[in-house]
Design a protein around this ligand. Structure first.
Ligand code: HEC
Ligand code: HEC
Ligand code: HEC
Ligand code: HEC
Ligand code: HEC
Ligand code: HEC
Length: 496
């Protein structure tokens, strides 16, 4: 004897029921596997929280559709009188149907609320953002894991809290999934990100302006090209990172730009925001000054054609988490840690050359880097291959590992594609504005005086450091006369 109204016993509804039950069972099993950490695969998450629930909903949807089709068919052949269904709770088949429906719906609503919450959590997770499209996101994800923010989730910076950005991010996320599926994304991914959330709303969740006080020590040891001829050189400087506390009145320091009381707005004429001909600065007293560069013929009448951007954290910290370092920086640091042996002849230049050759993929680079370096030693210093095998192997392993953290040939990503705006050594950075060439109407110049942003407290050959806590004039480690005063550092220092 049937226990439900007879139109539910049709092939479509039965198939729908089977699909729903099987996928429900699968989700439950996968859910527990995920909870118990049975597997770390990001695809399990996609299956459990996105694909299978979709299949289940489709199955559930088929049940009423089948019933409706069946009822229509029966009506056509006169099997059913043309009237609405009467629900009679004294009839046991009707009672069962109503019970199944009510309990089923309540269960479904509760479970899908839980499921939707899981789906939401999952779509915000580092795993989903960083690992699922692993070729596309590999550069960002790998660099992120080696950055100071490796424990901050992608969503904390890219979405933040609040409903409007949540919706915006899901919409643009849907577009990104589409562009990955249909191979429509650019390599490398374009920056600056056009609709990145204003940094103050994301970064300031953790770094609020009041913490910007005092100085931060920066200490660097530089290895010369030929370590057998000259010595490493060390510079220790105090970066003046204060400037955030407007309640103490006018303050000075690098975070002056971020002082809630001061506003800096600017125009850039290129997409990467590297050419800045026009800057407007409004200080705590409300006094406004406009700086124009003497180097370009940018005219105020062109202002309407460009976006006037209000400076925020990203205008300096555009690489807080996806930092692709130039070879000289990483090789230097590895030599300081002795993971690349600085006593191997000419190793700095060789490592740099090996990393910057054109490779079609990471695996090709891994294969060719060791053979290139060994071949060079074979030609120029064959005794190294015989007597220093171990040091050489260790250094080559480190060079490969630096390569894999900073170069992503599949996505055409390296430090060249993403200028870093903090500093001025390899990219123009601060010198985009502080170049001694931006002048205001009252004659004020945006200075490039070395002591405005930092004071050098120690410098010299590492074994014979000069020290002066009050600061000292910069000495360029190699003799280039006074060129460092005239030419921006980044024009000579390309990072290789
Ligand atoms: C500390 C904050 C922060 C975190 C955490 C973070 N990002 Fe970013 N991300 C940024 C900023 C800032 C930019 C650069 C914006 C610009 O230049 O317009 C960026 C840029 C990007 C870009 C554009 C390409 C590029 O290299 O600049 C991608 C893609 C990206 N992030 C993905 C991710 C993924 C995936 C994660 C998590 C694994 C993540 N981000 C974590 C702040 C962050
Ligand atoms: C969820 C919290 C969180 C958010 C959001 C966040 N940060 Fe951080 N940030 C940290 C923590 C924690 C550290 C300290 C890491 C350490 O000391 O190693 C840090 C360190 C830093 C540093 C110092 C890095 C260094 O080399 O020492 C900078 C610069 C920075 N953050 C900038 C940013 C910017 C810019 C944003 C917004 C795009 C941002 N942060 C968003 C938590 C956060
Ligand atoms: C978009 C242009 C721009 C960029 C980029 C920029 N600045 Fe500035 N900076 C200004 C302006 C404008 C002032 C205010 C000058 C004035 O009104 O006297 C200023 C002032 C300063 C001051 C002095 C604040 C005080 O009065 O004590 C410091 C220090 C400073 N900047 C450091 C930096 C550093 C470090 C960087 C790079 C990380 C940087 N700036 C990048 C535009 C810029
Ligand atoms: C004018 C450029 C500029 C702007 C704008 C700026 N910073 Fe910085 N910030 C710097 C420089 C330069 C340093 C020191 C070098 C470094 O740590 O990378 C620094 C250091 C930091 C540090 C590390 C401080 C420490 O004690 O180690 C944090 C955190 C930070 N900034 C966060 C922010 C946040 C958040 C914003 C936006 C509200 C912001 N900065 C805006 C230039 C800037
Ligand atoms: C507008 C601010 C500003 C001015 C002006 C400035 N610097 Fe810097 N400088 C910085 C910042 C910020 C950093 C740190 C970047 C970082 O955190 O890696 C830096 C880093 C450096 C470094 C270390 C470079 C590295 O990455 O290895 C040297 C050396 C240096 N500055 C020398 C100078 C000299 C010489 C002058 C004068 C011609 C000068 N700076 C003027 C802001 C400035
Ligand atoms: C005219 C070109 C030129 C300019 C401009 C220049 N440098 Fe250099 N710099 C050199 C050369 C050449 C070397 C030696 C290269 C070597 O031995 O690796 C060098 C070496 C250095 C080193 C030693 C580490 C290294 O990478 O070899 C530091 C630090 C340095 N310069 C800082 C600066 C700073 C800071 C500025 C800007 C204020 C600057 N330089 C401007 C050409 C220049």
């Amino acid at each position: 004897m049937p226990r439900l109204p007879k139109y539910f016993y049709n092939p479509v509804s039965l198939i729908g029921t089977a699909i729903a039950l099987v996928s429900f069972g699968t989700t439950v099993i996968f859910f527990f596997m995920d909870m118990m950490g049975y597997t770390q695969s990001p695809y399990l998450g996609i299956l459990t929280y996105m694909i299978i629930p979709g299949v289940m909903l489709f199955g559930l949807f088929l049940i009423p559709v089948g019933a409706w089709l069946d009822r229509r068919r029966r009506r056509k052949y006169g099997d059913v009188p043309r009237r609405y269904m009467i629900i009679d709770l004294n009839d046991s088949t009707h009672r069962t149907a109503v019970m199944i429906f009510t309990v089923g719906t309540v269960l479904l609503v509760v479970l899908s609320a839980a499921g939707m919450y899981q789906t939401y959590n999952y779509s915000e997770s580092v795993e989903f953002c960083g690992e699922v499209c692993h070729v596309v996101m590999e550069p960002e994800y790998v660099a992120y894991q080696h950055s100071p923010h490796a424990r901050v989730s992608c969503a904390k910076c890219h979405i933040g809290s609040g409903a409007d950005w949540f919706v915006k991010s899901k919409l643009s996320g849907a577009y990104q999934v589409y562009s990955v599926l249909f191979d429509k994304y650019s390599r490398p991914i374009e920056t600056p990100i056009a609709n990145l959330r204003p940094a103050r709303e994301t970064c300031e969740q953790c770094h609020w302006p009041n913490v910007f006080t005092g100085v931060k020590e920066l200490s660097k040891t530089y290895y010369p090209i030929d370590t057998t001829e000259s010595e490493p050189w060390t510079i220790v400087m105090n970066l003046k990172i204060g400037g955030g506390q407007s309640e103490l009145g006018p303050t000075t320091g690098i975070h002056w730009h971020m002082n809630t009381a001061n506003i800096v707005r600017y125009v850039s004429t290129d997409h990467k925001r590297q050419e800045i001909p026009w800057i407007e600065s409004t200080d705590i007293s409300g006094k406004t000054r406009i700086f124009r560069t003497i180097e370009s013929d940018f005219d105020d009448s062109e202002l309407d054609n460009f976006e006037i951007r209000k400076m925020d954290c990203i205008d300096c910290h555009n690489r807080p988490s996806h930092i692709y370092y130039p070879p000289f920086r990483t090789i230097n640091d590895a030599m300081a840690l002795n993971s690349i042996d600085s006593t191997l002849p000419n190793i700095r230049a060789l490592a740099s050359a090996a990393m910057t050759k054109e490779y079609s993929s990471k695996s090709e680079a891994h294969r060719l880097i060791p053979s290139f370096i060994r071949r060079e030693f074979n030609t120029h210093a064959p005794e190294v291959l015989r007597t220093r095998q171990e040091d050489l192997d260790r250094s080559i392993r480190e060079i490969q590992s630096i390569y894999s953290r900073n170069f992503f040939p599949e996505m055409k990503v390296s430090w060249r594609d993403y200028p870093n705006n903090v500093g001025h050594m390899y990219d123009m950075g601060c010198f985009r504005c502080h170049d001694n060439k931006h002048v205001a109407d009252d004659g004020t110049v945006l200075t490039d005086d070395c002591n405005v942003c930092h004071t050098i407290v120690m410098q010299g050959p590492t074994r014979d450091l000069k020290q002066n806590i009050r600061g000292m004039e910069f000495v360029h480690p190699s003799d280039i006369d006074e060129a460092w005063r005239e030419v921006p550092c980044a024009h000579c220092h390309l990072g290789i």
